[in-house]
Structures are given as structure tokens and as C-alpha cells.
Design a protein around this ligand. Structure first.
Ligand code: ADP
Ligand code: MG
Length: 318
């Protein structure tokens, strides 16, 4: 199968809102609605780095889109179009079919059209997916708007995906925790519903501690976070125990939930909007003057040493 047959067979699908021209020409032609800002994000998945080689092709396809949907969710944006750069060691029909099925399943769930890409041969599977969407200029969420006194919220539960990945790597592929890694549920509806209410947002790809730290640094604020308030699932507590579950909730990545800051006087409106969007949100603390995160359990500092995953970390820097 040559490159063009492969693209036609697995990746060419007609239609999509705002698509004047999709897969097949030199570039796609897309209509951004008048008065909206174009929003762009890209994420790369490298086999063995971002997912274990044992992960099913359909899960890889699903994740490739889901992780980008999560970035647009964190901006309060509406996702619309994707392009896909695929590097493959071989054109394995079963793998490609599974990958395309998973990718288009996530795309259908969020009305995203695949409008182009690039397909190349290489020694290792590398999937780079770019997602485009748009947002109301007055409602775009960024990491930078959190102010002292704002309340901090997290959607869903955190720590599950990291535990799930450990189980998958250990050879236990199925289960609720594993499903959280295999099929992230990006909070697109929540992001859209609370844009204009939240003061700042970030999606949780590298773990709550690391990602909240980024939001705080961008905003010029610190935070007090309540250890007991961290939303951990019953499944994770059963599996890991309460203390380890909370450490995973802070340090484990891949949850793709949102962490949001909300001015106190908008909190009731925010909680109502989140509920209407079908999302559970948990208040985990508040923003304070200063920098960094103070973790408190019943008012006492918690001994938590953060060791988040970093690409290219030589181990010499914190
Ligand atoms: P060019 O050489 O002009 O860049 P290509 O031969 O790379 O064009 O691609 C042909 C068409 O197929 C283009 O419209 C491109 O966007 C699309 N395409 C290539 N690879 C993929 C892919 N993996 N998924 C979706 N569309 C793709
Ligand atoms: Mg090309």
C-alpha cells in the first residue's frame, strides 16, 4: 500500500463544520467564524515514551486526539479541525485500522474533522496531532488570570490514569483505572461552560502539583491546597490506600482533568455551570499571596516531595 492509498483508506472522511477543503489538496481551507479567535494546539505521542508499546492501536488513536482536546478545553475553546503527522515503521493494516477507528471515535464525540496531515516512514511510531478551534475573544481562559483569594477547583478525580498506566505496564490491561489512561475524557463541555466565569485554567497532563504550579507561576500567585479535599476515586483508594492515592493525585499525570481558579463572587455561578455541563468539580483550596503550593492536612503541613516527569531532565535540576 503506498502513502496515498493509505491516506485514502484510513484517513479521508468527508464533511465537517467550516471545512471548505479537507484531506487531498496541498492544504486545507477552513472558515473561522467572524469575531472568533483561532486556537491552536499540538501534541506528540512517541511510542515507549508517551504510551507503552502494548497499548491497543485504537486507544493510541483515541488518546492522540483526546490530549489535544484537553488543551483546547483548558482555553475554553470549541475544537473543530485536526491535522495528523504520522511516522510509522511499517504500514500495518490492522494497526492503522485500529488507530483510525479510535481517532475517529474521539473526533465524532467532539465534532472534530480531520482535514490534513503528513505520512512518513521512520524507525519508530511517532504521532503528532494538531488541533484547531476557536473561542470568543472575551472568554478565552488562560493560565494567567488567577488572583489572591480565588477558589481553586479540580474536575473529576485525579491520580487514576497514572495508576492505570502502571497496571497496563505490569500486564493488567483492563479495569476502571486502566480505562482512565486508555480513554481520557477531555473536559471540553466544562471548559466552554465556565469560560467567562473562571479566572484561569490549565489541563492536567503532568499531574496536579506540577500543572497547578504552572498556573500559579503564570498568574503570580501561591496556593493553599487541602490534602483531604483532593478528589480521589474509590477505585484508586482501594487499590493504593488513601495516602498513596493522594500522592498519586498530586504527582501522577495523564488525567486530562481541568484545574480552575474562580473568583469567590462567581463560585456559585461557576458550580452551577459546571453541573449543567455534566462535570463534577471539587474545591481543593484557594489562591494566596506569594508563590508555590502549601499543602495542608487539618491545618498541618504535609510532607510531600514532588518528583514529576520531565523530558530531557538530567536529574541535576529540581
Ligand atoms: P504534500 O506532499 O503536498 O504535503 P501529501 O502527499 O503529504 O501532500 O498529502 C496528501 C494529502 O493527504 C494532503 O491533503 C494531506 O493533508 C493529506 N494527508 C497526508 N497524510 C495524512 C494523514 N495521516 N491523515 C490525514 N490526512 C493526511
Ligand atoms: Mg506532505
Amino acid at each position: 500500500m503506498d502513502e496515498f492509498a493509505l491516506i485514502d483508506r484510513y484517513f479521508r472522511r468527508a464533511g465537517g463544520a467550516g471545512v471548505r477543503l479537507g484531506v487531498g489538496d496541498d492544504a486545507a481551507l477552513l472558515e473561522v467564524p467572524a469575531g472568533r479567535l483561532l486556537v491552536a494546539a499540538v501534541d506528540t505521542l512517541v511510542e515507549g515514551v508517551h504510551y507503552p508499546p502494548s497499548l491497543a492501536a485504537a486507544d493510541i488513536g483515541y488518546r492522540a486526539l483526546a490530549v489535544n482536546l484537553s488543551d483546547l478545553a483548558a482555553m475554553g475553546a470549541e475544537p473543530c479541525w485536526a491535522t495528523l503527522a504520522l511516522t510509522l515503521p511499517a504500514a500495518d493494516a490492522d494497526w492503522l485500522q485500529g488507530f483510525a477507528d479510535g481517532l475517529f471515535e474521539a473526533a465524532a464525540a467532539h465534532d472534530v474533522a480531520l482535514v490534513g496531515g503528513d505520512t512518513t516512514h521512520g524507525s519508530q511510531t511517532v504521532i503528532s496531532l494538531q488541533l484547531l478551534g476557536h473561542v470568543d475573544p472575551d472568554r478565552a481562559l488562560t493560565r494567567a488570570g488567577c488572583r489572591e483569594g480565588d477558589l481553586l477547583y479540580v474536575s473529576g478525580t485525579v491520580g487514576d490514569a497514572a495508576a492505570g498506566l502502571e497496571l497496563i505496564v505490569a500486564g493488567e490491561g483492563q479495569g476502571d483505572l486502566q480505562q482512565r489512561f486508555r480513554r481520557p475524557a477531555p473536559r471540553v463541555a466544562l471548559g466552554g461552560a465556565v469560560a467567562g466565569l473562571a479566572s484561569a485554567a490549565i489541563d492536567l497532563s503532568d499531574g496536579l502539583y506540577a500543572d497547578l504550579s504552572r498556573l500559579l507561576a503564570a498568574s503570580g500567585a501561591g496556593a493553599r491546597v487541602d490534602w483531604q479535599a483532593l478528589p480521589v476515586s474509590a477505585a484508586l483508594r482501594e487499590r493504593a490506600g488513601d495516602d498513596a492515592a493522594r500522592r498519586l493525585a498530586l504527582g501522577g499525570g495523564d488525567d486530562y482533568e481541568l484545574c480552575l481558579a474562580v473568583p469567590r463572587d462567581r463560585a456559585a455561578e461557576f458550580e452551577a455551570a459546571a453541573a449543567a455541563a455534566g462535570a463534577t468539580v471539587t474545591r481543593i483550596g484557594e489562591a494566596v499571596a506569594g508563590t508555590g503550593i502549601a499543602l495542608l492536612n487539618g491545618g498541618e503541613p504535609v510532607d510531600y516531595r514532588h518528583a514529576g516527569y520531565r523530558h530531557f531532565d538530567d536529574g541535576e535540576t529540581a
